[in-house]
Design a protein around this ligand. Sequence first.
Ligand SMILES: [Zn+2]
Length: 110
Amino acid sequence: MAKFCSNCGKEINENAVICVHCGVQVNNLEENKIEDKKAKNSFVFGILAFLFCIVPILGFIFSVLGISYGIKGLKSNKNKGMAIGGIVLSILSVLVFIILVALIFSLPTF
Ligand SMILES: [Zn+2]
């Protein structure tokens, strides 16, 4: 897929940070802002997933959203850390839920 410079309109390398034709920074394009937003969403859903990890279904929905936004948000240059954080929190909350359920079921019945 070809990418075009937002300043001079000439074709540039997909991974180029600076346009080779005019020298303008090209990593702040519209699509990158969308990725930044997705990374931010991932982090928010990751926190929500962790807060609601004891709530069945709701915690799981937040985890799925956190992971799916996180994967898309990994392309973000600015908020990549947030995307990773969102994925980690989402996976952690699923693990916490599984451990809690396992503990409840392993409790001796009186
Ligand atoms: Zn240019």
